[in-house]
Design a protein around this ligand. Structure first.
Ligand SMILES: C[S@@+](CC[C@H](N)C(=O)[O-])C[C@H]1O[C@@H](n2cnc3c(N)ncnc32)[C@H](O)[C@@H]1O
Length: 432
């Protein structure tokens, strides 16, 4: 099952370096060219792409810029991003920094990559994608979208699965699935672990792709998922909670055709075209403060977002995906910090490692969300964590989308778990 050069040549390729000129009120930044911090700050100050002026102020020595710098509505992202993951950011966020702070062929890294938004957007924009996450699930969600196989091959491989041989190992999962669907899933799960064990760092891209799509279709709130109606796909509820949902909605799981749903989602993910096959990306699975496989001084830009204290329960949300992928979620040392000082120490360690792998003049765009009803401003903790590290602390950029503009920009009006504005601490590596 080898993807040949010839079959890759036949694959429709759309992702090429994106060249853009960005002009606004006389301030111009040419993408595909790295810029200085002062040029970038001036550009942010003058920014008016969505007809609102940048608000600038200094608080506790930190310069803040607030505006609608990117918007999900006006710049649709590539369909290949449509893999749900808890607390992921929108592709427009990394795109904003990649376009303005790197050139074609530069390395862009996310040490907490989650579903892989940064590496995938970097690849789509002609950069070299590097990523890391402590949870192997991230690798399984990201790698296949950097090495997309031909659609015909995915269908061919799906046809080779012995769907009827599946045996139900866990009866409790019948709260989510019709017995026939669960048998198909068990057949697929066994087949995947044989064809592409987790230890295989270079599995067949078609097998890898099928696993990624299946992981994404396990549970959800519409008929396109394998399960009965439940929560959105990035949050698998517990067996007990699902039992209650079924009782309340008087519903029972219906039979689904797993292979058909995988093909349907595949076509939807590739509806904006098939990205170029990546040969130079590097994806790692480990702690964000120990990226030992990445050499010193080679990364141009880091766009990342760590776990926000203990706000999101990644292990609970992903238990079913981890079951399907044979991942022992309890053995993963996920960063969960109730305490702000411990969280800040973790951020400092990650920034130290970032300073090691970054090129001189390279940037970090470190995104944090609003937590505890906006009472705790994590960006300040990040800013202070960077104090004695080899970084110029450039500014904090707050992206406020128009629907939140009237709300308090500190997030008081926003919900406690989600975030409506993105707050990004921008740092620049001081030359060695
Ligand atoms: C806020 S999410 C990142 C989401 C990502 N920006 C995206 O768009 O999908 C934080 C990620 O950090 C990962 N993580 C938690 N502790 C970690 C650690 N010590 N090192 C690396 N990754 C970690 C979690 O598994 C989770 O995927």
């Amino acid at each position: 099952m080898v993807l040949t050069e010839e079959s890759m040549m036949r694959t429709r390729v759309v992702a090429q370096p994106i060249e853009q000129s960005l002009f606004c009120n006389g301030a111009a930044l040419q993408s595909n060219r790295a810029v200085s911090s002062s040029d970038f700050v001036q550009y942010i100050r003058d920014y008016c792409e969505f007809d609102s002026k940048t608000i600038e102020f200094v608080e506790e020595g930190i310069t803040y810029f607030i505006n609608e710098f990117w918007t999900s509505a006006q710049r649709a992202a590539h369909s290949i991003h449509e893999i749900s993951y808890r607390a992921c950011f929108k592709p427009q966020l990394p795109a904003f920094f990649i376009d303005r702070l790197t050139s074609s062929g530069d390395i862009v890294l996310d040490p907490f990559m989650g579903r892989g938004t940064t590496p995938i957007e970097a690849h789509l924009r002609g950069r070299i994608a590097f990523g890391n996450d402590i949870n192997p699930l991230s690798l399984l969600l990201t790698r296949p979208r950097l090495r997309v196989p031909e659609i015909e091959r995915i269908q061919h491989i799906l046809d080779s699965v012995s769907w009827k041989k599946g045996e139900i190992e866990r009866d409790d999962l019948l709260v989510f699935y019709h017995p026939s669907t669960l048998r198909q899933l068990c057949a697929l799960r066994d087949w995947l672990i044989r064809e592409a064990p987790l230890t295989d760092t270079n599995p067949d891209p078609a097998v890898d792709w099928i696993r990624m799509v299946a992981l994404n279709r396990l549970t959800g709130h519409s008929p396109g998922f394998f399960s009965v109606r439940t929560m959105p796909p990035n949050q698998a509820v517990s067996i007990d909670a699902q039992r209650k949902i079924n009782e309340k909605n008087q519903q029972e799981p219906r039979e689904k055709n797993v292979a058909k749903l995988i093909m349907k989602k595949t076509k939807s993910l590739l509806s904006d075209g098939v990205p170029k096959f990546s040969r130079d990306s590097i994806l790692l699975c480990g702690a964000a403060d120990r990226l030992s496989k990445i050499n010193d001084g080679i990364v141009s830009l880091i766009v990342t977002s760590p776990p926000f204290l203990d706000v999101v329960q990644y292990a609970d949300d992903n238990w079913l995906r981890c079951w399907f992928a044979h991942i022992d979620i309890d053995s993963i040392d996920m960063a969960m910090h109730r305490d702000e000082l411990v969280w800040q120490a973790m951020v400092k360690d990650v920034l130290k490692e970032a300073a090691r792998v970054l090129k001189d003049g390279g940037h970090v765009a470190f995104e944090v969300g609003e937590v505890r009803g906006g009472k705790l401003l994590l960006e300040k903790l990040v800013w202070w964590a960077a104090e004695d590290l080899p970084f110029e602390r450039v500014c904090v950029i707050v992206n406020e989308q128009s629907f939140t503009k009237t709300s308090n920009c500190w997030g008081v009006a926003n919900n406690a778990k989600g975030t409506n504005s993105n707050r990004i601490v921008l740092l620049r590596r001081i030359p060695r």
